[in-house]
Design a protein around this ligand. Sequence first.
Ligand SMILES: [Zn+2]
Length: 263
Amino acid sequence: MLRQVAEGVLVHESEFCQSNAVVVQGRGGVLLIDAGVLGDELACLANDLSDAGQAVVAGFSTHPHWDHLLWHPGLGAAPRYGTARCAATARERPSGGVDAVAKAAGIPEEVPLDLLGLITGLPSETTQIPWDGPGVRIIEHQAHAPGHAALLIEERGVLVAGDMLSDVLIPMLDLNGTVDPIEDYLAALRLLEGVAGDVDVFVAGHGSVGGADEVHARIDQDRAYLRSLRGGCALSDPRVGPSAKDGWEWVAGVHERQLQRLA
Ligand SMILES: [Zn+2]
């Protein structure tokens, strides 16, 4: 079910990890950001859009993690964009084949993998998504995954944060091939803080949609988490431990792994 969060901006929430797909209405159709996860949900979204007479004219993946790279035939053949680094990473194919790797990684069977990762990389100097609709600024940064981008729809006051600023997930660092993943993440938070004044609503890739009053609180919470990770000081984060939301107990395991890798 699509829920409007701002004029011409709608969110479709998945049962899988509270993933949020974002629909932005343009002049000749919609832009679809991080389309969704489960096959029946993607089909439902495609039906809802076609019932509303809205064609998908462009897609965008915020980053090259599988749950942000999916698509459904019913959504049509519009170009699916990402940053150049996102697209390059998404194109790297595991040697064992996608299906075998997906099974090993525990990706649910209800996830359609046929159209996984067919992303067109935008040249690195691109600042706006090329489409006929409200301007969508690309805020690329080095945190969580290669080529991760948040999107700012300035006319609508909406920030699509990708896998940043979540109320259920701690900052999950990109620990592969980066020299100082904590500093990278802090730099990304500074970038988002720099646009916070333009934000009325923000949509995290997983978790609750937040209002203007919550942007700084989530940035502060993520900074506190990162500082405790770096300083080895006691962690008090509501997303880890007994205060985690039902179904999110596994986040504590991510925290433990990050602690070990950074030790
Ligand atoms: Zn991710």
